[in-house]
Design a protein around this ligand. Structure first.
Ligand SMILES: *[C@@H]1O[C@H](CO)[C@@H](O)[C@H](O)[C@H]1NC(C)=O
Length: 256
């Protein structure tokens, strides 16, 4: 036998064993372990793909949706956002796209927090102010609702009739942070992600989210991280969906 092949098979055994042990340990730690594992995956995705959303060109070739074109949903700017100081990096109001639910889905809500990495220093954040990820002046006025946001029963059998909201990401830090001071090194920047979250939620609550029987908070990349940051708050804001023993079957935080 070739010396290499014997050493390979010898090392494969302990490696598999270790993996099995690790898996068993993870199982013993239960939900906490699984959550930590999910978070690690998220963090890896977040740092390995820093600007996937930011750099996606709008002219990308569209996938085929088969039988019909996706629904386009208008951008709504949050009313009174400037007065609350709940603004994008450049001081413009934040926004979201809302596709109302119907039928059985009228009192069910799926929220999706847009992703797009973080800006990690003032140089980068200054560039971001000139893009859709830092200013509603640069956001597309309509969003295609596809996949989990689709209202097509064939494409999205679980949520097609739910209220669906795509919340636009423009604070640079996963809908977190609340810096009162406007000037950083003499240049205006608004780091108000937490206020944006609160302002968007209060507007959606008044549009029916407060009566939600089921609610599903989702997000992509930096938006996925935000579901972790804000899920306790979300749970508190949607009390009707949180009553009863089977709470966690009714409210979900999900990474996409
Ligand atoms: C700001 O961050 C970007 C991205 O991480 C980096 O390429 C750049 O060198 C940083 N600039 C400064 C001045 O630190």
């Amino acid at each position: 036998m070739h010396p290499l092949s014997s050493s390979t098979s010898a090392s494969a055994g302990p490696a598999t064993h270790r993996l099995r042990l690790w898996w068993r340990r993870l199982g013993r730690r239960g939900a906490a372990g699984a959550a930590a594992f999910a978070f690690a995956l998220l963090a890896a995705a977040f740092f390995l793909a820093p600007s996937r959303d930011a750099s996606a060109p709008s002219t990308a070739s569209y996938p085929s949706y088969g039988h019909r074109l996706p629904t386009l949903v208008d951008l709504t700017l949050v009313a009174g956002a400037r007065e609350r100081g709940a603004v994008c990096l450049d001081g413009t109001p934040p926004g979201y796209h809302w596709l109302p639910g119907f039928g059985e889905g009228s009192d069910k809500w799926l929220l999706h927090l847009e992703g797009g990495s973080w800006c990690r220093n003032l140089t980068w954040c200054a560039q971001r102010k000139e893009t859709n990820l830092g200013s509603s002046d640069h956001m597309g006025r309509r969003a295609e609702f596809v996949g989990i946001l689709s209202d097509d029963q064939l494409q999205n059998p679980d949520f097609y009739n739910w209220n669906k909201v795509k919340v636009r990401y423009c604070d640079g830090a996963s809908f977190s942070g609340n810096v009162e001071e406007e000037f950083q090194d003499g240049t205006p920047f608004f780091f108000r992600g937490q206020r944006i979250w609160e302002a968007v939620m209060s507007e959606l609550l008044s549009k029916g989210l407060s009566r939600a029987k089921e609610a599903f908070l989702t997000g992509c990349s930096a938006g996925g991280l935000s579901t972790y940051i804000n899920c306790d708050d979300f749970r508190a804001l949607v009390p009707k969906a949180s009553t009863g023993r089977h709470f966690w079957e009714k409210i979900y935080a999900w990474i996409l």
